[in-house]
Design a protein around this ligand. Structure first.
Ligand SMILES: Nc1ncnc2c1ncn2[C@@H]1O[C@H](COP(=O)(O)OP(=O)(O)OP(=O)(O)O)[C@@H](O)[C@H]1O
Length: 251
């Protein structure tokens, strides 16, 4: 994407963003209001940018045909995802597969696989309203991956997951990132350190830092900034550098 700008009334949520993402797991970090959700919504084709050019999976999404082509190959877990509480896990994920135009003959196997991958195989017949918050989040991840997306967008996927589930989810992310472009927005920098191949730190709608989690951790080792873990120290150091008077974008 180039020159991407998103405005919400008077707020400039994304300010002339240039970003290229390839195969792998990309962690999207940044303080509240940095623009993470605004960016993911544009990539998910649910929000139109006010300016700039976005090409996804080789398609320009300014046109209707381009968007339709991308949507079939896209997986998206919104920050607040809507579901039908009376549906079973299996019914809901199958419904989402149908919406994404997965061929009917492939739907049952795709659903079982997606549900098993998020560790809900034994709850596939349960109604969503009977599940815990963390399990519902995992249903959200299952619906996002049911069509084997080439571009997977996850907005705070680990919110509500217990530590064991988070560890398993990181494993799943690494698996998915081997063949797809995965973008994960999170506040949990340790998830980024463990599972991401790249990190983009947003602040005030601009890129404050881009690099590998290892490089961000190294910055933390040398910065002496606050934080309990090297990557947390790297995060605060990168933010401070970006906010320092006269700082140029450290991209
Ligand atoms: N619908 C809206 N109306 C007005 N302002 C909005 C709207 N959505 C977002 N904003 C503003 O745009 C900016 C970017 O918000 P966004 O939700 O993209 O940030 P974020 O990085 O995802 O934040 P968080 O970590 O809190 O989820 C913020 O200043 C926010 O207040």
């Amino acid at each position: 994407m180039a020159g991407l700008r998103v405005r919400h009334r008077k707020t400039l949520a994304l300010d002339s963003l240039d970003l290229t993402l390839g195969t792998g797991v990309h962690g999207l970090l940044g303080p509240n209001g940095a623009g993470k959700t605004s960016l993911i919504r544009v990539l998910a084709t649910v929000a139109r940018p006010d300016a700039g050019r976005v090409e996804l999976l080789g398609e320009d999404i300014a046109g209707r045909r381009g968007r339709a082509g991308v949507r079939r190959r896209l997986g998206y877990l919104p920050q607040e995802f809507g579901y039908y509480p009376g549906f079973t896990v299996r019914e809901f994920v199958a419904y989402m597969a149908w919406l994404k135009e997965v061929p009917a003959a492939r739907v049952p196997a795709a659903v079982e696989r997606a549900v098993a991958r998020v560790g809900l195989g034994d709850r596939a017949g349960a109604r969503i309203r009977t599940l815990s918050g963390g399990m519902v989040r995992r249903v959200g991840i299952a619906q996002a991956i049911v069509n084997d997306p080439a571009l997977l967008l996850l907005d705070e996927p680990t919110a509500g997951l217990d530590p064991e589930q988070r560890v398993e989810f990181r494993e799943l992310l690494r698996e998915l990132g081997a063949t797809a472009t995965v973008v994960v927005s999170t506040h949990l920098v340790e998830d980024v350190a463990a599972a991401c191949t790249g990190v983009t730190l947003l602040d005030g709608g601009r890129i404050a830092y881009r690099g590998t989690p290892k490089a961000l951790s190294l910055l933390g080792e040398t910065s002496g900034g606050p934080g309990d873990h090297p990557i947390e120290r790297g995060y605060t150091a990168a933010l401070r550098a970006h906010r320092a008077p006269g700082a140029r974008e450290a991209v």
